[in-house]
Design a protein around this ligand. Sequence first.
Ligand code: F6P
Ligand code: MN
Length: 322
Amino acid sequence: MRRLPPVLLEDGCPRDLLSLVRTILAACKEISFRVGQGELSGVLGSTLDENIQGETQKKLDVLSNQLLKDILLESGYVKAIASEEEDYTVAGEPNAKYIVSFDPLDGSSNIDINSLVGTIFSIMEAPEGSDAADPSIFMQPGRKQVAAGYVLYGPSTMLALTTGKGTRLYTLDKTHGSFLLTQDFVSIPEETQEFAVNMSNQRHWQTPMQNYIADLLAGDTGPRAKNFNMRWIAAMVGDVHRVLSRGGIFTYPTDTKDPKKPNKLRLLYEANPMAFLVEQAGGLAIADGQPIMDIEPDAIHQRVEVILGSKNEVEKCLSYYK
Ligand code: F6P
Ligand code: MN
């Protein structure tokens, strides 16, 4: 592997934004260490609490949230944060320029089985003259993101980052503690034969998604005339990383399993940052027939459908809805 300099190669990116990304990465290095220590870190297992979405909080969810929250609010760069693990937005430096939304530990049901988890983040500018305590500063479409990324705590710890000029992958060199650029300008292949969906929800999907997946499963004897492979990591961060690495289509479609929750994934700190990374790598990211990043949010914990990945395959999937 050709080693590139241990700096974030985000050309033309404002220095304060880069410093803010580095601040997030400082917390992620600490989370990476704790995740890597596993049982030895004493933070496996659940707390007795639930988050606002009614999900049991894992000890590592709470710890990761606290690490990110503290470092961001103390950094001076951040006007307010919105986190999956916080009921409400939290105000920071009143005159700061940026707001950060994050999922501190995505895929946390994987923690106790020593499988993939990650941190997802999204950065926007706060509207000028806005109040740090006003949650409506987060009600901006994903197109307004100035940076987004995730840190994947896998066999190696990797960062996927975009500041709007392509998507890059960095690998944490644990001997130096720096994220080194290991893939410049990620490009998602337009064609794929791999899909990711939680098949156990099949009977609850809308008819177009049922028909689309049925045709994938039919393989070379069906209308698509080719065989498809399936993968499901149960951590969006891991599934999207595979899509960035070798293509594929990932979806968490709308379903009728729980009428109060037709969608699973959260717009601000899951769908939007992943959509930015995927679009910057040449892929598509859609919800209800429109680009995810065009959705005008109306609540910080809003959930949306997600269909993302290889351009031609996502378009094929959407054609079933027409
Ligand atoms: O954060 C929600 C999440 O854990 C995603 O990371 C993942 O894609 C999905 O939920 C897994 O859902 P399920 O439990 O239905 O497989
Ligand atoms: Mn998540």
